[in-house]
Design a protein around this ligand. Structure first.
Ligand code: ADP
Ligand code: MG
Length: 228
């Protein structure tokens, strides 16, 4: 069974007189553990698609099944609960909380989930160590390099052990070397079973994925690689 199943999904935005078809009849099946990239020109709907898969947004029409559950009609509270349990999200600009340390940023989802303090601290220590950040635990985001910030963001996104990890231009603000490190971390997670979907402008990064979707004008215009 597919972990992600989109059926004839549309996402329209009314902007003044104009109807923007950000997603225009997108159907997509993703198997658990797969690795996909989404490429395409600016404005083609990549972020809209990723936000929708990540339950940060809702379809205007069409159906979305996540891990077999029809999430199309869930109310906001149940949508948020499903998102917290199932989805990790990594953004181009990291989205760390600036006044919290690296460790506190990673701890946030555990706090929201009500995990007890001792357990939280143990898991945060392990997560930071796994990403080579043990000696940066008490640094604030502005005391970290871009690559370190993104690794903290990945630790935060995966601390609840989600089955799906979504990354929107995760290397877009990084130099080549830091970008390569972040890609290695994401691919390690995929090798250990997480379903990985990466939106990217970087053709070299996009080419690494097993399935490669190309978007244009709100549609999946082509797919390369296996599956589909
Ligand atoms: P991409 O990530 O491929 O650059 P987006 O998914 O961000 O593209 O945007 C797809 C289209 O939808 C664009 O034309 C964009 O202007 C429009 N769009 C995205 N979000 C909104 C919004 N909240 N309101 C109105 N239009 C939007
Ligand atoms: Mg985008």
């Amino acid at each position: 069974m597919a972990i992600i199943s989109l059926r004839h999904v549309h996402r329209h935005f009314q902007v003044g007189e104009q109807l923007v078809r950000a997603l225009d009849d997108v159907s997509l099946e993703v198997e658990a553990g797969d690795y996909l990239s989404i490429m395409g020109p600016s404005g083609s709907g990549k972020s809209t698609l990723l936000n929708l898969i990540g339950l940060l947004d809702r379809a205007s029409s069409g159906r979305y099944f996540l891990d077999g559950e029809d999430v199309t009609a869930l109310d906001d509270a149940r949508l948020a609960a499903t998102r917290n349990r199932t989805i990790g999200f990594v953004f181009q600009s990291f989205h760390l909380v600036p006044r919290l340390t690296a460790a506190e940023n990673v701890e946030l989802p555990l706090m929201l989930a009500g995990v007890p303090l001792a357990k939280r601290h143990q898991r945060v220590r392990q997560a930071l160590a796994a990403l080579g950040l043990e000696d940066r635990a008490h640094h604030k985001p502005d005391q970290l390099s871009g690559g370190q910030r993104q690794r903290v963001a990945i630790a935060r996104a995966t601390i609840m052990e989600p089955r799906v990890l979504l990354a929107d231009e995760p290397t877009g603000n990084l130099d080549r070397k830091s970008g390569a490190e972040v890609v290695r971390v994401l691919e390690d997670l995929n090798a250990r079973g997480i379903t990985l979907i990466v939106v990217t402008h970087d053709a070299a990064l996009g080419e690494r994925a097993r399935r490669r979707l190309h978007m244009l004008d709100g549609r999946i215009q082509a797919e390369h690689g296996q599956g589909g």
